[in-house]
Design a protein around this ligand. Structure first.
Ligand code: IVH
Length: 672
C-alpha cells in the first residue's frame, strides 16, 4: 500500500475506533461486537507497523505505551483543586441555601445537584484538543503526573472532537463489578485484598507500571471545567453540556433545581436508589449553577462557598448472625468473630465481623440467629452496630464463650485486668500456626505464596512444626506436591520465596519471631542498634532500656524470650539454614515503589483506621522516617481528624499533606 492510501486508511480507522470506543465506554450503547472492534484495532496496528512514523500519541493503539516510570513527576495545578464543605442532613442544606442567598442579596439561585462519586479526583489537560497531561489532586496545590495511567482509561478521550485547550476535572473510580472481580482474583492468588473500590482505584492509578492500571478496568465521570481557553460558558450546567459534547463521560444523573426543597427530595430519592448503581457514591454535590454567582460567592480557605457535599449516612445492612466462631491468635488471645449471612455492604460482601471480646456480645445482648444491623467502621471494617430484638422468633440461642481452648483444650485464663481470654499453653498448636503465619507475613519475612491456608495445610500435614522447618521444606518437594492445590509451579515459587527470604535484613526476622511487645518499629530500632541478632540475644535488660525507644516491659520480654532454650534452638537452626542475621542498613524495603522511602514524615491528628504506632511502623517498614515536628525538611504530613497547628504549618510551608484515605491508599498500593 502506498503512503497516501495508508494515511487515509489510518485516519479512517482511528475515527471509527474512537467512535466505537465512545459508544461503548462513554455512552453505553455499543454498535459492534468485541470481535469486530478487535478486528478494527488489528487493522490499525498492522498499518501503523508498516508506517511507524505515522503513529501519533492520540492513536487508540497508544493507550498503553510506555515503560514503567521510576517515580511520578509533580504537577502544580493551575488553580487549586479544592475540597467541599459537608452537609449531613436536610437542615444543613437549608442553612447552605440561606447562606448563599444572603450573600447574594437574595437573588434567585439555581442549584445543580449531582452524584458524589467515590473515587479519586483527577485533572485532565488538553492542548488544541490533545490529551497532554493528567494528574491526581495531591494536596490540592501539587498533584502527581499520572498521564500514562490515565491514558489507559477508555472513557478518557485522547483527542477531543474540537481542538480546544482546557482542563477537565472529575473522578476516576472502579465500578463495583470490576472491584469484585479484581478482589476475587487477588484472593485466588493469595494476595492482599483491597478494602473498597475507592482504595483499589487509588492504588491502581498510583502504579508506576501503566500495564497494571490498564488491567484494572477503571472508569471516569467528569464533573467540571478547570480552565477553558477561547470560549465562554455562563454556567456549570452549560459547562457540563460542553464537556459531554466533547465526548467526556459526564454523569447523566444530574439535575438543576430552583428550590432547595426539591434538591432535598431528589437526594432522598438517591438515598434509596443508591445501592442499585453500578458504582459507589458517598453523597451528592450541590452547586450554585451560575458562574457569575459562583464568582460573587467566592471561596473560604479550603472550599468554595458556592458548593457543598451532602454525605450519606454510613451504609448499613440487616443480616442474620448465623454463628460465632472463636479463634486463638498468636499471642493466645481468644477472639470471637460473628459469622454473618453474606450481605452486600458499601462495595463488598460481608460475611464476618469482629466482636473483639466477650463483653461486646454481652453488652449488645447478641443471640445466635438474631437479625443484626452491620455497618463498616470508617467504611472499611465490618461491625455489628445493633440487634433487632423485634425480629426474634424464639428460636435464637444464647452464646457462651468457651472455657477451654478450641484448639488444645487447655483452660482459658484472663490475665490481669485484660478483657480477652487467653490460652496460655505454650505448645498449643494454634499459637505455633498463627506465629508462623505472622513470620511469613508481609511486614515480617515477606514470603510470598505462603498464605494462611497453605501454612495451615503444611502444619496439619506435619510438614512444619516451627518456623525453622520452613527452611527444610526444599527437601520435601515430593510431599509438597501431594498436597491439595499444589502444582509444580506453586511449589517451586514457594520454595524460591522461602530461599529468597534468607537475604532479608535482620529486623524482619526479629519482628517475625513474634516476641511479645516487639512490633516492626522496635525490631528495626533493635537491629539498627545492635547490628546483628547475637547482640540482641545477649543484651541485658539494662542495656536494652538504654535505647531510646525500648521501655522496661519490652526489654523484659526480649530477655525472657531469648532465655528460653527453644528460642535459641530456633535461631541456631535458622543460622545453619543460612538465614541472614545482620542489619543491612537503611532500606527501601519495597524498592523504589514505596512513596515513603527516604522521606521524612509527620503524623498529626487522629487516624480512624489504625493507631499512631501502627502507622509509624508501617511507614518505617516502607523506608520512611517519622518525626515529631513539621519543618522545611518534612516531606509529607499525614493529617487525621482534628489536625491542628502542624497541619497549618505544613500548609504554610507548602508541604504535601495526605488525608487518611490517601495515606491508606498509598499503603495499600505499597503492598502490591
Ligand atoms: S465538585 C471545588 N462534583 O468529592 C470542588 N466533586 O471534596 C469541586 N467528587 O475530591 C468538586 N463527585 O473529587 C464535585 N460530582 C462531583 C463529585 C466531586 C465526587 C469528589 C471530588 C473531591 C471531593 C469533594
Amino acid at each position: 500500500m502506498d503512503r497516501l492510501t495508508a494515511e487515509k486508511k489510518i485516519l479512517e480507522l482511528r475515527n471509527e475506533i474512537d467512535r466505537h470506543n465512545r459508544l461503548y465506554h462513554v455512552e453505553d450503547r455499543p454498535e459492534i461486537s468485541d470481535q469486530e472492534y478487535d478486528q478494527l484495532m488489528r487493522e490499525l496496528r498492522d498499518l501503523e507497523d508498516l508506517f511507524p512514523d505515522m503513529v501519533t500519541p492520540d492513536s487508540p493503539t497508544q493507550r498503553v505505551g510506555g515503560e514503567p516510570l521510576p517515580y511520578f513527576e509533580k504537577v502544580v495545578h493551575k488553580s487549586p483543586m479544592l475540597s467541599l464543605g459537608n452537609a449531613f442532613g436536610a437542615d444543613d442544606l437549608r442553612d447552605f441555601d440561606r447562606r448563599v442567598k444572603s450573600a447574594l442579596g437574595n437573588q434567585q439561585v439555581r442549584y445543580m445537584c449531582e452524584l458524589k462519586i467515590d473515587g479519586l479526583a483527577i485533572s485532565l489537560h488538553y492542548e488544541n484538543g490533545m490529551f497532554v497531561r493528567g494528574a491526581t489532586r495531591g494536596d490540592g496545590t501539587v498533584g502527581e503526573d499520572i498521564t500514562q495511567n490515565l491514558r489507559t482509561i477508555r472513557s478518557i478521550p485522547l483527542r477531543l472532537s474540537r481542538p480546544l485547550t482546557l482542563e477537565a476535572r472529575g473522578e476516576a473510580y472502579m465500578p463495583k463489578r470490576a472491584f469484585e472481580k479484581l478482589n476475587k482474583e487477588r484472593e485466588e492468588r493469595g494476595e492482599a485484598l483491597f478494602a473498597n473500590p475507592r482504595n483499589s482505584a487509588a492504588g491502581s492509578l498510583r502504579q508506576l507500571d501503566p500495564k497494571i492500571a490498564a488491567s484494572r478496568q477503571l472508569d471516569t465521570f467528569i464533573y467540571g471545567l478547570g480552565e477553558l481557553v477561547g470560549e465562554t460558558v455562563e454556567s456549570h450546567s452549560e459547562g457540563l453540556d460542553l464537556l459531554e459534547s466533547l465526548h467526556f463521560k459526564v454523569n447523566p444523573e444530574r439535575r438543576v433545581f430552583d428550590d432547595m426543597e426539591d434538591v432535598i427530595e431528589f437526594i432522598n430519592g438517591w438515598t434509596v436508589k443508591r445501592p442499585e448503581l453500578p458504582y459507589e457514591i458517598d453523597g451528592m454535590v450541590i452547586k450554585v449553577d451560575s458562574y457569575a454567582q459562583q464568582q460573587e460567592l467566592g471561596f473560604t480557605a479550603k472550599s468554595p462557598r458556592w458548593a457543598i457535599a451532602y454525605k450519606f449516612p454510613a451504609e448499613e445492612a440487616v443480616t442474620v448472625l448465623e454463628g460465632i466462631e472463636v479463634t486463638v491468635g498468636r499471642t493466645g488471645a481468644v477472639t470471637p468473630t460473628a459469622l454473618l449471612k453474606p450481605v452486600s455492604l458499601a462495595g463488598t460482601t460481608v460475611k464476618r465481623a469482629s466482636l473483639h471480646n466477650e463483653d461486646i456480645i454481652r453488652e449488645k445482648g447478641l443471640l445466635i440467629g438474631d437479625h443484626v444491623v452491620v455497618k463498616k467502621a470508617g467504611d472499611i471494617i465490618p461491625e455489628i452496630v445493633a440487634v433487632l430484638p423485634e425480629r426474634r422468633t424464639g428460636n435464637e440461642t444464647p452464646f457462651a464463650m468457651p472455657t477451654h481452648c478450641p484448639e488444645c483444650g487447655s483452660e482459658l485464663l484472663r490475665i490481669d485486668e485484660e478483657v480477652a481470654l487467653r490460652c496460655v499453653n505454650q505448645s498449643c498448636p494454634a499459637l505455633a500456626r498463627e506465629g508462623m503465619i505472622h513470620f511469613v507475613s508481609r511486614q515480617a519475612m515477606n514470603i510470598e505464596g505462603l498464605g494462611e491456608k497453605v501454612i495451615a495445610q503444611l502444619f496439619e500435614s506435619g510438614l512444619i512444626a516451627n518456623v525453622a522447618d520452613l527452611y527444610d521444606l526444599h527437601e520435601k518437594r515430593d510431599q509438597l506436591l501431594q498436597m491439595e492445590r499444589m502444582g509444580e509451579k506453586s511449589v517451586d515459587n514457594m520454595l524460591a520465596a522461602i530461599e529468597g527470604s534468607k537475604e532479608n535484613s535482620v529486623e524482619r526476622l526479629i519482628f517475625g519471631l513474634g516476641i511479645r511487645l516487639v512490633g516492626a518499629k522496635a525490631a528495626r530500632v533493635l537491629a539498627e542498634h545492635f547490628g546483628d541478632i547475637d547482640g540482641i540475644m545477649n543484651a541485658s535488660e539494662e542495656e536494652l532500656t538504654q535505647i531510646d525507644e525500648i521501655g522496661p516491659k519490652m526489654a523484659a520480654s526480649i530477655v525472657s524470650y531469648f532465655s528460653l532454650p527453644q528460642s535459641r534452638e530456633i535461631i541456631d537452626r535458622l543460622k545453619r539454614a543460612g538465614v541472614n542475621m545482620i542489619f543491612k542498613g537503611a532500606r527501601t524495603v519495597e524498592g523504589i515503589d514505596s512513596p515513603f522511602a527516604g522521606k521524612t514524615i509527620v503524623l498529626t491528628g487522629t487516624l480512624a483506621q489504625m493507631s499512631r504506632t501502627e502507622a509509624e511502623e508501617k511507614i518505617a517498614l516502607l523506608g520512611g522516617k517519622v518525626t515529631g515536628s513539621v519543618s522545611k525538611k518534612t516531606d509529607i504530613v499525614i493529617a487525621g481528624e482534628k489536625a491542628g497547628s502542624k497541619l497549618e504549618k505544613a500548609e504554610k510551608l507548602g508541604i504535601t499533606v495526605l488525608d487518611e484515605a490517601a495515606f491508606l491508599a498509598l499503603l495499600e498500593e505499597s503492598k502490591e
